[in-house]
Design a binder for this molecule. Structure first.
Ligand SMILES: Cc1cc2nc3c(=O)[nH]c(=O)nc-3n(C[C@H](O)[C@H](O)[C@H](O)COP(=O)(O)OP(=O)(O)OC[C@H]3O[C@@H](n4cnc5c(N)ncnc54)[C@H](O)[C@@H]3O)c2cc1C
Length: 480
């Protein structure tokens, strides 16, 4: 609720894009929480595809007349405030809407059963000739209403990752007493390798989320937009939470996971929904990739495309002299870039003092990130204008780059922490990421390290979960 209110809700749009009068009028009640808020972007016909927005606002005298329907809006009840994305003269815009204290013929809520976010009033909103004062329009200096939406979403996406780190800590705090309690074949399951491995992996996921949160929030505090970084945090945070819930938490709690009153059974939808809200992960991965290649594409490939179109060449052949002649003006800059990539040695990153294992991860990630320029460029060369349709390749390549970014960020973050446990957890998640990248099987050394980390968690080594309360063990029984 607080994340939606403060990040994607009305707080960030007004604070960042409001004029002095709007801030004066709207922020105090939003700041005290007297007015809670949400952000209404999604519509029945427009979720992933925001070009399909249909809600309109037409200026009539001193107010806008709003018509349309919103879906899946969190934190919405009568009397609250929303940032409403609508089309004004066919362009996305944001109106700050103070909802009436009760539904009426112009404003209705569409209620439905929703398994996720059950505690935060997620509803549809229907507007029919609904009036909003003209002074509630937010006017960004650059861009349009979607610029405002994305700004809030960047904050929301870091916050989602922070929430995942917190939720996984709750899972860890509940796994430890259960692991000690539950005995099978004469020993506590906490003594078993498989369970220790799960705890070690969980610690690694938590530390990587912490690292991404620290990195993204620092960037945002320093005034960067952080759009791509926050996408990495959002995708990793939601996927980590999903894996932790299903692969680590549910499996270790066995059948009890599905009892009413068990954290997993009661919250499974909460654990999964972050993969979808604030942008579904794979759609975001493609958006990340498109941002990544945009500069390279406009600098080197667009001029080539223009010359090809002018010369009427559909498929350029590098062995055909007339094709080379037609492209001479545009090929040279790209050729120069390419040869520079091959000739210039990749500079070694200047890393701070770090434990050796973490340094190796940071060096590997920095090196591979620099190498990936050639890999990305090769994919662009191969698919050219059809690249936008090669979604599987974009998603795969995007995933690889993201893993390298997470390795670099986590190794640097873990190295700064005093706790040896956190440093080891950072090492484990980096090893996991590297294995995913190179496709190796886990070594015995890795298994020893990850189970040692799990053991250390069982012995109380993970300080930051020491005051997280654990739930009562369900269907408890006395030892014989
Ligand atoms: C619990 C919850 C809370 C939410 N809170 C809010 C809120 O407060 N405010 C708000 O505005 N919205 C909110 N949403 C909406 C959420 O942001 C959207 O559900 C999300 O952006 C995905 O849109 P959609 O559900 O319409 O998916 P769709 O657009 O129906 O897409 C479904 C899937 O199809 C695939 N797909 C779609 N297009 C393509 C394509 N071009 N290429 C390849 N694959 C594609 C993707 O896998 C995609 O995830 C919430 C949703 C949930 C579940």
């Amino acid at each position: 609720m607080a994340s939606v209110h403060g990040c994607i809700g009305a707080v960030d749009p007004v604070r960042t894009f409001g004029n002095a009068e709007q801030k004066q009028r709207l922020l105090p009640d939003l700041a005290t929480g007297k007015k809670l808020s949400g952000f209404a972007l999604t519509e029945p016909a427009a979720g992933s595809d925001l070009t399909a927005l249909r809600t309109t606002a037409e200026l009539v005298g001193d107010h806008y007349v709003v018509n349309g329907e919103k879906l899946f809006i969190t934190n919405v009840t009568p009397g609250r405030t929303i940032g409403l994305v609508c089309l004004i003269e066919n362009k996305p815009a944001v109106l700050v809407v103070e909802l009436p204290a009760a539904e009426n013929e112009n404003f209705q809520l569409r209620k439905y059963g929703l398994y996720a976010l059950k505690h935060t009033h997620n509803q549809g909103i229907i507007f029919r000739d609904f009036h909003v004062p003209a002074e509630n329009l937010l006017v960004p200096k650059k861009g349009n209403g979607l610029t405002i939406a994305y700004h809030g979403l960047n904050l929301g996406r870091v916050s989602l990752c922070a929430n995942a780190a917190g939720t996984m800590r709750i899972m860890m705090a509940n796994l430890l007493p259960w692991g000690h309690f539950r005995k099978t074949y004469g020993a506590a399951i906490a003594d078993r390798e498989l369970v220790k491995r799960r705890l070690g992996r969980l610690a690694g996921l938590i530390v990587a989320c912490d690292a991404l949160v620290a990195w993204c929030s620092q960037l945002i505090d320093e005034g960067y937009r952080g759009e791509m970084e926050c996408i990495v945090a959002k995708i990793f945070g939601s996927e980590a939470q999903k894996e932790a819930a299903i692969e680590l938490f549910m499996k270790t709690h066995g059948g009890r996971s599905f009892l009413h009153g068990h954290l997993f059974g009661d919250n499974v939808h909460e654990y999964l929904a972050p993969c979808i809200y604030e942008g579904e992960g794979e759609m975001l991965a493609m958006a990340f990739f498109k941002s990544l290649v945009k500069h390279h594409g406009t600098t080197y490939f667009e001029p080539i495309g223009k010359l090809l179109a002018q010369a009427g060449i559909r498929k350029p052949n590098p062995l055909n002299p007339s094709h080379l002649w037609a492209l001479k003006g545009a090929m040279a800059p790209y050729g120069l870039w390419l040869s520079k990539q091959y000739i210039t040695p990749t500079p070694s990153p200047k890393l701070p003092a770090m434990p050796n294992s973490l340094r190796q991860h940071a060096e590997y990630a920095a090196d591979e990130l620099q190498r990936s320029a050639l890999a990305i460029s090769a994919v662009m060369r191969r698919h050219q204008l059809k690249l936008a349709d090669r979604q599987c390749r974009m998603s795969e390549l995007s995933g690889r780059i993201q893993k390298l970014v997470i390795m670099l960020c986590t190794s640097l973050y873990a190295a700064r922490q005093e706790s040896e446990f956190v440093q080891n957890a950072g090492d484990i998640v980096c090893r996991d990421l590297k294995r995913e990248l190179v496709g190796n099987r886990p070594s015995d050394r890795y298994y020893r390290a990850v189970t040692r980390l799990g053991e250390s968690a069982l012995d109380g080594g993970f300080d930051s979960i020491s005051d997280v309360p654990a739930e009562e063990i369900l269907m408890s029984y006395a030892d014989k």
